[in-house]
Design a protein around this ligand. Structure first.
Ligand code: PLP
Length: 351
């Protein structure tokens, strides 16, 4: 028996999934209660009067090429947010199971757990070591009720990569007791992409990727979960049958070619150059305590005047993220790198 079958929610393992209308594009669809005509203004290729193909084959093949992973290890989701939610729902029994998160980190892991009624166990990143993963503490925190360990690399909001070897060792030590989920939403901005190749080696490791960040497609809502086929099969029982809209499918198939990838890399280069220019300029301000290094398209600034700095940015028509509520970040703001003009405006506002 696969470890997934013994650790996922037994009722989901046993669940007879909803049977969506058969996908047979060669035949007329008199089986799905759709309208046979397009609505005026619908300029999609295949028509929005039709439900989209569940887990569209062509899209999955394109994502498989992009992420260099076999198609059967992929699940397309409405952003990584949905993958986080699906994993939590499929693995955690309300009132019984738990997830581990490493604060300060992306808030959706804990939010999804609380919505599901799962306990949230916090194992802080080591602030004195550049917010490194405390893998030993995570291992100690993993009691038999812990089903998922969420790690974010590069981490939001601290911007640092977590050590890939420590992640692998952690997954190995946990074996089939918990799934280690590595969220790599910002990996395209990072210098070392070592964690990308982890999945095939570890059955209890899942990777989250998204088109929302470096690919510039946040509005399309397309994330990809990469994991062992039995995890994908489990989550396919839970995901809504038509999760990915036809517009998103067509857009991504149109856009995700080599010109896009070349442009994406150029833009990542521009963002990284602007990030370093901004970081250096902000570091020179007497109100700055510290600008943290970053492997993403954002960075943290510790300020003597965070409230004033927030206000000044807003007066200049700019939003920066107030992260002062997160553990260990009482004086910190998170700045996303914008266009050179926006970045210049921020520097002027913070002069
Ligand atoms: C670490 C991290 N993971 C996931 C997401 C959500 O990504 P998506 O747009 O794919 O749902 C975000 C968004 O800010 C994020 O910071």
């Amino acid at each position: 028996m696969s470890w997934v079958t013994s650790r996922a929610r037994p009722d989901i393992v046993a669940l007879e999934p909803y049977r969506h209308a058969a996908w047979e594009p060669g035949l007329a669809r008199l089986h799905a209660n759709e309208l046979p005509w397009r609505t005026p203004g619908d300029d999609s290729q295949d028509g929005l009067n039709r439900y989209p193909e569940p887990q569209p084959r062509a899209l999955i093949e394109r994502l498989a090429a992009l992420y260099r992973s076999p198609t059967e290890t992929l699940l397309a989701t409405r952003g990584s947010d949905e993958a986080i939610d699906l994993l939590t729902r499929a693995f955690c029994r309300a009132g019984e199971d738990a997830v581990v998160v490493c604060p300060p980190t992306f808030g959706m892991y804990a939010a999804a757990a609380r919505i599901q009624g799962a306990r949230v166990v916090g194992v802080p990143l080591l602030s004195e070591r550049g917010f490194a993963l405390d893998a030993h503490a995570v291992l100690r925190a993993c009691g038999s009720d812990v089903k998922l360990v969420f790690l974010c690399s590069p981490n939001n909001p601290t911007g640092n990569l977590l050590d890939a070897t420590a992640i692998l060792e952690l997954a190995d030590a946990l074996g089939g007791s918990a799934l280690v989920v590595v969220d790599q939403a910002y990996i395209e901005f990072a210098a070392g992409a070592a964690a990308e190749a982890l999945v095939p080696r570890m059955p209890n490791l899942a990777i989250l990727r998204t088109l929302s960040k470096a690919h510039g497609l946040a509005g399309a809502r397309l994330g990809t979960l990469i994991a062992e086929p039995d995890i994908i099969a489990l989550l396919r029982k839970v995901i809504a049958p038509y999760a990915i809209t036809q517009q998103t499918v067509e857009l991504v198939l149109r856009v995700l070619g080599s010109p896009h990838l070349a442009q994406m890399r150029r833009r990542v280069g521009e963002i990284l150059a602007e990030r370093e220019r901004l970081r250096e300029a902000i570091a020179r301000s007497p109100q700055t305590i510290r600008v943290l290094p970053s492997e993403a398209n954002f960075f943290l600034v510790r300020r003597r005047d965070p409230a004033l700095a927030l206000g000044r940015a807003r007066e200049a028509g700019l939003l920066v993220r107030d992260v002062r509520g997160l553990p260990g970040l009482a004086d910190a703001l998170r700045v996303t790198v914008g266009t050179p003009e926006q970045n210049e405006r921020l520097l002027e506002a913070w002069q």
